[in-house]
Write a protein that binds this ligand. Structure first.
Ligand code: C2G
Length: 447
């Protein structure tokens, strides 16, 4: 029996793929199809895949051409597969001509002519392109603009900055430099908001009322009531409102959560997440309106994310300890929060006026997880045991600090109503609740 092997992403399966599979099958008696995993595609720079691995596998299955389907997960797997499965012929489209000649050492290599005039990229482009406007003035707008170039379907067209103090080059070149949010909304399908959180509620309301999709840096609002109202409004107007927290889009972060949930460190007893970045906050000491984001808004959402994802938002009590440098604006230069759960205690330390080691430790009854600074850009972590010989290290490439994957997820949510948000509603709500309590000085101690 002649065994044939081929690989592909098979995104939005089209007749080019089907013709390839038919001809691959005809080369022998048994066809094995390797479908690329999402992580592998991301690692090889294919970021814009629209369908999930399961959807793509099901589409290949439905063609009835594959006798066996496997998942391609890592660079170099092809050699392993050929040996393991006893493959006689490896085949792939002519767009890869020469690229896989190194496999000739293991089996016959056949390049089949690529079908002209059709590609997943074209099909993806036919799906609507989303024009996005930027709102805010933080330097992150630059990064966001840069990362958007890697995402098919995302087109940044303009910017609206309330205060143009630290306006930055990359966004100065955008065709639309709006003088009001309303003006920007005239030209876009969606907005990315990274203005000071005190303006989020009004800006999101304005965008949603004009049926524009919104990606907004967390927290989306400063009270739970306002947050409910905004999400309800998004639903009623058939718009996406997505809470932006780039850490949630790091593969390492996601894998780490799954490992902890599967019990690798036993029961979680305590967790500590530290996020600091020193800013020039001299003006914020006296100003009546905040210039910078305060500590709790800058870092609180990121630091609370892993705690709420692992221990939930149903803590028994909390204590917020803050060093306040401006009573009027409640500007905290540093805040520590302890969350007390029935069988665990967690803490966050956040600061824009204090510096510390930005690491995260999750301690369990059997072992602990250590994520080195800056843990919020996580690409690496260790599982550490009493006996260091048992320690495990994990690394997953993180491109564009998670922003790239975040934009991609937003675009997918806009294009396909069935794509779920990365951050559960209860978690966004839990984050906003803490920030609301802070502004009402509930469970708070000042130092
Ligand atoms: N293909 C084709 N004609 C097209 C489009 C694609 O013959 N118009 C072929 C490709 O050459 C490939 C297969 O269909 O052999 C799957 O294509 P993709 O889904 O684009 O996958 P690709 O990125 O080419 O992955 O390790 C990955 C594989 O080597 C190939």
């Amino acid at each position: 029996m002649k065994k044939v092997l081929t690989y592909g992403t098979f995104d939005l399966l089209h007749h080019g793929h089907i013709r390839l599979l038919e001809r691959a099958k005809a080369l022998g008696d048994y066809l094995v199809v390797g479908v690329t995993s999402d992580t592998f595609d991301r690692a090889r720079g294919k970021l814009n895949v629209q369908q999930s691995l399961m959807e793509r596998i099901n589409n290949v299955k439905r063609t009835g051409l594959a006798d066996q389907i496997i998942v391609e997960e890592y660079e170099g797997q092809k050699i392993d597969d050929i040996k393991r499965l006893g493959i006689d012929i490896f085949t792939v489209g002519s767009d890869w001509k020469g690229h896989f000649d190194y496999l000739k050492e293991y089996c016959q290599v056949v390049y089949l002519d690529r079908t002209a005039g059709i590609s997943s990229t074209e099909l993806r482009c036919e799906r609507q392109e989303i024009s996005i406007g930027l709102v805010g003035e933080a330097s992150s707008l630059n990064k966001f603009e840069r990362e958007s170039h890697y995402v098919n379907g995302a087109n940044i067209v303009g910017v609206y900055a309330q205060h143009t103090t630290q306006f930055n080059e990359a966004v100065m070149h955008l065709p639309i430099q709006a003088h009001s949010l309303d003006e920007l909304l005239d030209h876009v399908d969606a907005v990315y908001i990274i203005s000071n959180p005190i303006y989020h509620y009004e800006q999101i309301r304005q965008a949603l009322s004009r049926h524009k999709h919104v990606l907004c840096e967390s927290p989306v609002a400063l009270s739970v009531k306002q947050m409910h109202e905004l999400f309800q409004m998004a639903k009623d107007n058939h718009c996406v409102l997505m809470d932006a927290l780039r850490t949630a889009h790091s593969t390492a972060f996601h894998r780490m959560l799954l490992l902890v949930k599967s019990g690798i460190i036993g029961d979680v007893v305590t967790m500590d997440a530290v996020c600091t970045s020193l800013l020039d906050i001299e003006e914020d000491k006296k100003s009546d309106t905040a210039k910078n984001w305060n500590s709790i808004c800058s870092w609180g959402p990121t630091a609370m994310l892993p705690i709420f994802q692992l221990l939930g938002t149903d803590y028994r009590e909390k204590k917020i300890v803050s060093r306040i440098i401006n009573e009027k604006t409640l500007f905290d230069s540093f805040t520590k929060i302890s969350f007390i759960y029935p069988h665990a205690v967690a803490s966050i330390k956040v600061g824009v006026g204090a510096k510390s080691e930005g690491q995260m430790v999750i301690s369990g009854t059997k072992a602990y997880i250590w994520v080195p600074a800056p843990w919020w850009k996580m690409d690496y972590f260790e599982v550490k045991y009493e006996d260091p010989n048992e320690n495990h290290r994990f690394f997953y490439q993180l491109d564009g600090e998670g922003i790239r994957a975040e934009i991609l997820h937003f675009i997918k949510m806009v294009q396909n109503e069935n794509t779920l948000p990365t951050i559960d509603y209860q978690i966004s709500e839990g984050i906003v609740k803490v920030i609301e309590d802070y502004y009402q000085q509930k469970d708070c101690v000042k130092i």
